[in-house]
Design a protein around this ligand. Structure first.
Ligand SMILES: Cc1cc2nc3c(=O)[nH]c(=O)nc-3n(C[C@H](O)[C@H](O)[C@H](O)COP(=O)(O)O)c2cc1C
Length: 353
């Protein structure tokens, strides 16, 4: 079965299963996470666990309650664009099992911001972030208005918002990471959120690529502080192909796309450390990229991440993964002599200073 067919079947089964009376409660009782050592307050939200589902799995906000019931402390929906769009032609998602990795060039296939906003309008138990990107038909010169339209639709319904300027699969999207482009984009989205959700402080984060040069990362960190956004997600997928054991010819034959999973681990960790060194605890850092185990998650938290996100490892390890990672984290909190996971955030920096 192709990777995308498997993905669609999984989502469809989860969606159908969730409709059965009592199903979500059952999932929660088997997989749910309720451990006082993992509860934390971040981004003004009370979370049951720092382990979240990364963007791209529940693109259209269809199954976030099921993922919440599986033990994720929060779920990021999207990337959603202002206009509905089909994404790139298939095949566009590939497994690299030898590397516990994925390559995807989905290209923001989604039903559009209005549809996602409608799905988020019902009361919910799960904390949901809305990740927005630029519609493919919109050129970068008109990007601000495109993001603003999505932000206006989603901010009233989201617990936090994410500006995604780091997907490699929408032509020239990553150019929006340049400071001159990023400044009006962030300001525009901030104003849109204020207009659309008056009186409610909806936290805004920026999601960055793992392929940025240090100087660019530093500039993004400075701008984020200057414009007072709430956090940075490090990282999206990489366009690099380093560290793979799958033969190069096989990898090349798959074509372009973002690489995620285990081979991304070191690169994402490095970006996180660089950002932490620059912003300290003034921004909430969210780590994503190659997190597969409790030890990986703990390492990111000790390096300065308040929250972590998972995608590829879930594909390889299945639905018990969020709970397994949560348990391992709770054990580590205990072993370190802390009463809460929050105390471990940035521990490495404190020890070395
Ligand atoms: C199939 C697939 C689709 C993705 N789609 C998105 C997306 O729409 N928006 C986004 O911000 N990140 C997207 N991502 C990136 C993930 O959110 C995450 O940042 C990345 O995969 C690294 O985490 P991982 O190594 O745990 O997979 C996608 C990843 C995969 C594998």
């Amino acid at each position: 079965m192709s990777a995308e067919t498997a993905h669609r079947l999984t989502l469809a089964s989860l969606r159908l299963f969730s409709l059965l009376p009592g199903a979500l409660g059952l999932l929660r009782s088997i997989f749910g996470v309720s451990d006082p050592r993992l509860r934390l307050r971040a981004l003004g939200l009370d979370l049951s666990s720092p382990v979240g589902l990364a963007a791209g799995l529940d693109k259209d906000a269809e199954v976030f309650e099921a993922f919440g019931a599986l033990g994720f402390g929060f779920v990021e929906i999207g990337t959603v664009t202002a206009r509905a769009q089909p994404g790139n032609p298939r095949p566009r998602l590939f497994r690299l099992p030898r590397d516990r990795a994925l390559i995807n060039r989905m290209g923001f296939n989604n039903h559009g911001a209005e549809a996602a906003a409608r799905r988020l309008s019902r009361p919910r138990k799960t904390i949901v972030g809305a990740n927005i990107g630029r519609s493919k038909v919109t050129p970068n010169e008109a990007a601000v208005a495109d993001y603003v339209a999505s932000a206006e639709a989603l901010a009233p319904r989201a617990d936090y918002m994410v500006i995604n300027v780091s997907s490699p699969n929408t032509p020239s999207l990553r150019e929006l990471q340049a400071i001159e482009q990023l400044r009006p984009l962030i300001s525009g989205v901030q104003a849109a959120i204020k207009r659309a959700a008056p009186g409610r402080a909806v936290p805004l984060l920026l999601k960055v690529a793992p392929d940025l040069h240090d100087a660019d990362l530093d500039a993004i960190a400075e701008l984020s502080l200057e414009l007072n956004i709430d956090g940075i997600i490090a990282t999206n997928t990489t366009i690099g192909r380093d560290g793979l054991t799958t033969p190069r010819a096989e990898v090349d034959a798959l074509g372009s796309g973002g690489l995620s999973g285990a081979p991304l681990r070191e690169r994402s960790l490095r970006v996180l450390k660089r950002l932490r060194a620059k912003v300290g605890s003034r921004l909430v850092l969210v780590a994503a990229g190659g997190i597969e185990t409790a030890e990986d998650a703990w390492q990111r938290i000790c390096a300065g991440a308040t929250l972590v996100q998972i995608y590829s490892a879930l594909v390889y390890d299945g639905p018990s993964l969020p709970r397994r990672i949560a348990r391992g984290l709770a054990e580590r909190v205990e072993r370190a002599g802390f009463s809460s996971i929050s105390a471990a955030v940035g521990r490495d920096g404190r020890e070395s200073s």
